[in-house]
Design a protein around this ligand. Structure first.
Ligand code: NDP
Ligand code: MG
Length: 393
């Protein structure tokens, strides 16, 4: 290994974890703890959960701690952080860490559009962007992928389906791909009578059958907006037209997704549902290292079922193909409308089925532009949130 390669590798193992207090963030910390060796947490951010910061920083001797929520600034200043840790407040702190030349890998594990700007800065800085924050690609897929290409950075997916596709694609060249098949668990309402969905409660929607995740993505999984966002995410990550992206329901969440090649071979990635595996792969790629995740026990019968998606039950999914095909401002509007509608559902202000109805309407009404700047995307994001805030059934 040359000196240059050694120094590139050592900077890659200096990791910034944005959204360290969340489900993916804590999974990432666990992975880095288990990897040991030269892997370091060089920066970490929390938003509201300031109380978690001190112990996380101490555990990883982390030199940079960021609190993004401005309302928590006073509380953050009173923390007793080690003298070797610098505290940064607000989103500027994230951007500083995302551009820090000492940091080689940024794990984007914040939820929502709030993750976009730091993803873009990490991409501009030529780093490895290990992306859980799919919203970054949904809002600004064109901009983000172009930025990565221009800077020579890397974009490695953490989302389990996309990690599976990323792994399976290593079996053939781009022109040999017939289609990709994203799997979906179907969420908690897969077997519900469709008429009952309008009366689904917050608790019903948060009861995901196979994954433990943050609240927003759990609601997205119940409406299947999550899979719509993933269709868009796949379109940008793998540069595929929407007609080459399919979705199938697979309730066990063991086959994480598949690639069908032109000769009819299907290459899939299988493992019990545990996000630490795709997180670790995004960090160590192209290497594979032992992982503490559970393994499939092939001495027991493994139940793998699949079925086609009922688009009447999950009308959100159609929006994924629509927006993946249309591009421009439509991803920013879809994402913002959905984020705002999920928030209103979680506040008890709208019904479960209103999330998708309201999002569809706002998407239809928006002033489409095909080649937007970042400012235009942000303007449309604000407009969509405003529309949802005054939406009534
Ligand atoms: P969580 O809700 O568990 O965690 C969200 C993280 O983002 C927390 O650290 C939170 O900080 C921080 N955060 C929340 N709001 C803001 C904000 N406005 N500005 C800055 N930081 C903020 O979410 P998940 O870990 O489940 O999901 C994170 C991302 O990963 C999402 O984009 C999701 O779609 C994606 N993903 C998640 C999967 C999973 O299994 N969980 C699977 C695939 C993708 P705090 O808690 O301190 O307020
Ligand atoms: Mg996923």
């Amino acid at each position: 290994m040359s000196q240059a390669e050694r120094s590139e590798n050592s900077s890659k193992s200096n990791v910034a974890v944005f959204g360290a207090s969340g489900s993916i963030g804590s999974g990432t910390l666990d992975v880095i703890r288990q990897l040991g060796g030269s892997w370091r947490v060089s920066a970490l951010s929390v938003h509201s959960q300031v109380d978690l910061l001190t112990s996380m920083v101490e555990q990883f001797s982390c030199p940079l701690a960021i609190v993004t929520d401005s309302e928590q600034a006073e509380k953050a200043r009173q923390l007793r952080l080690p003298s070797t840790t610098r505290l940064l407040l607000g989103y500027d702190g994230l951007l500083e860490a995302a551009a820090d030349p000492e940091i080689g890998t940024v794990v984007a594990a914040m939820v929502g559009a709030a993750g976009l700007e730091s993803s873009l800065v990490a991409a501009q800085s030529g780093k490895r962007l290990a992306l859980a924050n799919k919203e970054s690609l949904v809002i600004a897929g064109d901009l983000l992928t172009q930025t990565i290409n221009d800077s020579g950075g890397e974009l490695i997916p953490i989302d389990s389906e996309h990690s599976a596709i990323f792994q399976a694609l290593q079996s053939g060249g781009p022109s040999e791909v017939q289609r990709i098949i994203l799997t979906a668990s179907g969420g908690p309402f897969r077997t519900w009578d469709k008429q009952r969905l309008a009366s689904a409660t917050i608790e019903d929607a948060l009861a995901h059958p196979t994954w433990q995740m943050g609240r927003k993505i759990t609601i997205d999984s119940a409406t299947m907006m999550n899979k719509a966002l993933e269709v868009i995410e796949a379109r940008w990550l793998f540069d595929l037209p929407p007609e080459k992206i399919e979705v199938v329901i697979h309730p066990q969440s063991i086959i994480h997704s598949m690639v069908e090649f032109v000769d009819g071979s299907v290459v899939a990635q299988l493992s019990p549902p545990d996000m630490r595996l795709p997180i670790q792969y995004a960090l160590t790629y192209p290497e594979r290292l032992p992982c503490p995740c559970p393994k499939i026990d092939w001495t027991q019968s493994v139940n793998l079922q699949w079925q086609s998606v009922d688009l009447e039950r999950y009308p959100a999914l159609q929006l994924g193909w629509e927006v993946a095909g249309r591009g421009g401002t439509s991803g920013a509007v879809l994402n913002a409308a959905n984020e705002a509608a999920v928030e209103r559902f979680l506040l008890g202000q709208i019904r479960f089925t209103d999330i998708v109805t309201a999002t569809q309407q706002v998407l239809k009404q928006h002033e489409f532009s095909s080649n937007p700047t970042l400012e235009e995307l942000m303007r449309q994001d604000r407009w969509a949130r405003m529309e949802i805030s005054r939406w009534t059934a």
